[in-house]
Each structure stands twice: as C-alpha cells, then as structure tokens.
Design a protein around this ligand. Structure first.
Ligand code: B12
Ligand code: SF4
Length: 484
C-alpha cells in the first residue's frame, strides 16, 4: 500500500515557513517519523510525507497529494492545527483516499474528527503498531474500527530510529537556525511519558503515552545521536522528551556518554529535578541549555497549575544552572485564571533573581485535554474563538478576567530581566561562534537582527519591532514552544 503522512504545522507561521528562525519552523514531528520507520522495518508498504510548511498554499497541497497517489493518508492533528488537519482530510477525502488521523488532538477527541465525515479512523495514543495493523487490514479488505486504541511498545529500544528523511531536512539544516544555538539542530526523544500532573497539560499527556514512563537505554540513544551526526552533520542535539532529568542515574549516564561524543546539546528539565552534581556533569558533557518551566513566582498560581514546585526551588535551579554555566531557557506563564497584579509582581521578582539568558513568556492558554481547559470551560472563561487561538504566544487574549494591556506591560518588564550575552564568558563564546557562522555563510540580515536585539536590553522592545519589519511573517516572534 502507498501511505502519505501529512504534517499540518502551519498554525501561526503559515505556508512556506520551513527553516525559519523559531522552533516551529525547524522542528519536525518525530511521531510520524517513528510510525514510518516502524512500517518500513516491518512491511513492504511505501511511505512519504507532505509538510505544509514546505508548500506554497492549499492548491499546492491538493496537487502534491494527487501526484503522490496514496491509498491511505495519515494526518497529524494537534489542537492549534485542528482546522488545518481537517482541511487536509477534506481534500484527501475529495480525492477518494482513506484518511486516518492521530496525534494529541485526535487522541483527546476522536469522535469530533469522525463526525466531520472527512476522517475514516482515528488512532488514540501511540501509533506505530496500530497504524501498521490498520494498513494491513485495509489491504486485506477488512473493515477497521473508527476509533482504535493505539497499542504501546513497552521497550522503546525496539522501535527503529525515526525516519527524518520524510521531511525536507536540507531546508531545515541549511537555515540560519535560532539564536544562540548552532544551526544544524536535531531533536531526539529519549523517553515517553511523564511522572507529573500539571493541570495545564494533564491528563492529555497520559492519554497519549500512558501512566508508565519509558526510557530508552543510554546505548540506544547514543547510537541515534551518532547516526544523526553522521547523516545530517548535526551540531546541536535537543532532547525533546518531557523531562530529561527526572531519573538522575540515567541522566548522569547519558551525560557521560554525550561527553564522549563531544557535541553541544540541550534538554527540557524541571526546577525540582536539577542539582549541582547533575548540572556540573551535564555541562562537562556539552549541555548548553536547559528549558525549564518556572511558570510563576506566585505559590498560589503554582498550586493552581499543580506544578509541584516552589518559587524558591525555581530560584535555586536558576542558581545551579548559572553556577554550572548552563544557559537557562525560561518558560513562564502570565494571565492564569484569578491571577492578580500582586501574583505578577511575584513572577517579576522571581525572574529578576533567576535572570535567564533566554525567555519564553506565554499568555496562559487553556489547552484542550488539560484539566485547566475543563475548569475554564466550566467557568465560561474561554475567549479563544479558533483552534489556532490556543497557541501560547504572549500576544493574543485567551481568557476572560485578565487585563491584557497590563499583561503586555509585565511581559516587557519581565523579559528585560536577563543576563546580557557578553557578561558570561561561556554565553559570549556561543554567541560569537554563532555570529561568525552567520557572517561566514552570508546570513547578514539574521546577524544584524540578532545583534541589535541582543544589545542592552533597554532597546530590546524597539529591536523586536525592527526584527518584525525585516520578516515577511512576524507572527513567530516570541512564541512559547517548549513546555515542561
Ligand atoms: C517537540 C514538541 C514540539 C515541537 C515539535 C512539534 C511536533 N508536532 O512534534 C515544536 C517546537 C514545533 C512544538 C510546538 C508546539 N507545541 Co509542542 N510538543 C513537543 C513535545 C515536547 C514532544 C513531541 C514528540 O516528539 N513526542 C514524542 C512522539 C513519539 O509522540 P507524538 O508526536 O505525540 O506521536 C505519537 C502519537 O501522538 C501518534 N501520532 C502522532 N502523529 C500521528 C499521525 C497519525 C496518522 C497517527 C495514526 C498517529 C500519530 O503516534 C506517534 C508515535 O507513537 C510534546 C510533548 C510530548 N511529550 O509529546 C509537545 C506537545 C505536542 N506540544 C504542544 C503544544 C501546545 C505546542 C504549541 C501549541 C506550543 C505553543 N507555541 O503554543 C506549538 C504548536 C506548533 C504547531 N504549529 O503545531 C502540546 C499539544 C497539546 C494539544 N492539545 O495539541 C504537547 C502535547 C505538550 C503539552 N502537553 O502541552 N512542540
Ligand atoms: S507540563 Fe511537563 S512536567 Fe508537567 S505534566 Fe506536562 S510534561 Fe509533565
């Protein structure tokens, strides 16, 4: 059978955006990459993928799909791309294809998709085993269920490495990349599942990956790291799993092996799972940055988020990273239900103490599938009117009862609390080597934008405007892509 997967990730960034300079434009969905490699290993079906970010528009999608002549179209569906996923399905259905959907939003509401009439089946949760079974059934003329519970693979080492070649890796890897990382950025998933229960994320995460956290063996991860270095000349690895640092022994072992490879890398972490020893070993092993969800400086807000941390722990984690020369990519939220100016002041005070090098503020968006979505729905707080509106960027209004003009003031004030790149020698080294790379490769515009934007923070806001003026599409400015 011929299978075409579709990645519809154009929400906020639009068509023809692949290889731009924000996370959404250089990250690929590894989920479909895993399903593809599993199919290729275990059957003779052929697989390819259409990435909407690599196309000019809907007509282009329509003609591309026609040319590929698939028997089955598999579409990823997350909340912010719900409308795009559905449009992909509608066009595929018009061409007479069998449409199967999966991914976060498909998992949380499969019947919503089935009831549109454009989707034949939805796979809930993980897709590798069940998608292949569905394809085999279709080939054999058997009728498949409309909603299929995805079967999990217990030992993640049994799944072959994700098939990244489905995507236009040339366009991604030959882009300028994003400040302050090296340009050839590759994401790797080292584990599936999460031990925590944050109310802005759960229970969706558990619905996809189950209750048990599964980690790959260090040897298996290292093999993939070596593989992507060889194949793509990768110079930066981002561990995209929810939290790399929950199991300290495993994280230490992984760090030791990463150190033997000698590549720069980053990971998602949590303020309560990082200590001095781990940070020291990680830095020694090439860890350049940790993405940490500090979320709020108000304990009342942290409790509402069920984050399980305290502002003191966050400040301590910030100090640990700083002492060990690891850059801090700070995720935090403004505009949670019932948040007051005094809560915002506490976030400001906390971030002032952490002084992260990199900020990713977001305006709280009640993501469907989370307990806080249900809370906001029940209290009729939701202001978002389209699925794309659930994006966490700190620009649009998401819920009632929040003074967003005041939030804009706090956002700008808080993002000014940062370490300046030239004040830390390790940070300065990363930045200078990046800028040498940009200049040597002729990315002058990107260099000028990054340079101006990273001048004293005082001009950061006008600098952002300058950056937007340079860009064709300015909406991908300071979005909050990574959460942990
Ligand atoms: C890396 C990552 C990103 C990357 C890459 C995104 C991607 N699509 O993979 C980037 C930086 C682009 C990103 C951006 C955003 N992300 Co994100 N991201 C993640 C993260 C941390 C890991 C993704 C991953 O690789 N998982 C591992 C693989 C194996 O799992 P998977 O992709 O889900 O795939 C499996 C199944 O879902 C299923 N499946 C997937 N696709 C398909 C397709 C078919 C046909 C079938 C049958 C099955 C199937 O089978 C796969 C294999 O088992 C997840 C959290 C998580 N733990 O998954 C959040 C997560 C997916 N992101 C999330 C969010 C909210 C966002 C943003 C909206 C944030 C923002 N800026 O506001 C943006 C949206 C960008 C966009 N335009 O779509 C939410 C999604 C919630 C929702 N209801 O949609 C998650 C779940 C985090 C969370 N709990 O809040 N993200
Ligand atoms: S936000 Fe991060 S730490 Fe919290 S439950 Fe979700 S994945 Fe786990």
């Amino acid at each position: 059978m011929r299978i075409t997967f579709v990645y519809p990730g154009i929400a906020i960034i639009g068509f023809n955006s692949l290889g731009g300079n924000c996370h959404d434009t250089i990250s690929i969905n590894l989920g479909m990459g895993y399903i593809s490699s599993y199919i290729k290993k275990n059957s003779s079906h052929s697989v390819n993928l259409i990435d909407l970010r690599d196309l000019r528009g809907w007509d282009h999608y329509e003609s591309k799909l026609k040319k590929r002549m698939p028997d089955i179209v598999g579409i990823y569906c997350n909340t912010v791309n719900y409308e795009n996923s559905l449009k992909c399905a509608e066009i595929a259905k018009k061409q007479g294809k069998t449409v199967i959907m999966g991914g976060p939003h498909a998992t949380l509401d499969p019947h919503l998709l089935i009831n549109t009439g454009f989707v034949d089946s939805v796979i809930v949760g993980e897709g590798e085993v069940s998608f292949l079974k569905a394809v085999n059934d279709i080939e054999a003329g058997r009728v498949i269920d409309k909603v299929i519970q995805g079967e999990k693979i217990d030992n993640l080492d049994d799944i072959p490495f994700p098939d990244r070649d489905l995507y236009n890796m040339d366009r991604i890897l030959n882009s300028a990349g994003i400040f302050p990382y090296p340009n050839r950025y590759i994401g790797i998933v080292a584990s599936r599942g999460c031990y925590y229960n944050c109310s802005f994320c759960q229970p969706l995460e558990r619905k996809i990956f189950g209750l048990k956290v599964r980690m790959r063996s260090v040897a298996n991860i290292i093999e993939e790291v070596k593989d992507v270095i060889k194949k793509y000349d990768a110079n930066f690895i981002m561990f995209e799993c929810d939290t790399l640092t929950t199991k300290k022994v495993w994280a230490l072992e992984l760090s030791k092996e990463m150190g033997n490879i000698g590549i720069k890398w980053g990971a998602q972490s949590r303020a309560d799972t990082i200590d001095d020893e781990l940070a020291r070993e990680m830095y020694k092993a090439g860890c350049m940055v940790l993405f940490i969800g500090f979320e709020s400086g108000s304990q009342r807000m942290l409790d509402l988020l069920r984050k399980g941390i305290t502002p003191e722990k966050s400040i301590r984690a910030g100090k640990i990273c700083r002492d060990n020369k690891i850059l801090i990519f700070a995720n935090y939220m403004l505009g949670m239900p019932t948040e007051t100016t005094s809560d915002l002041d506490m976030t400001y005070e906390m971030i002032k103490k952490i002084k992260p090098e990199l900020h990713s503020p977001s305006y709280f968006a009640p993501i469907p599938g989370s307990d806080l979505f249900d809370y906001c729905k029940e209290k009729e707080l939701i202001k978002v009117t389209s699925y794309e509106g659930f994006v966490r960027n700190p620009i649009n209004e998401k819920i009632k009862g929040i003074d967003y003009k005041n939030l804009d003031v706090y956002r700008d004030k808080i993002t000014r609390c940062r370490k300046l790149w030239w004040t830390e020698s390790h940070f300065a080294k990363y930045v200078i080597s990046r800028w040498i790379f940009l200049i040597s490769r002729g990315y002058f515009k990107t260099f000028i934008i990054e340079f101006v934007e990273n001048m004293p923070t005082i001009i950061r806001i006008p600098a952002r405007n300058l950056r937007n003026a340079f860009r064709k599409d300015s909406r991908c400015d300071i979005s909050s892509e990574k959460k942990s």
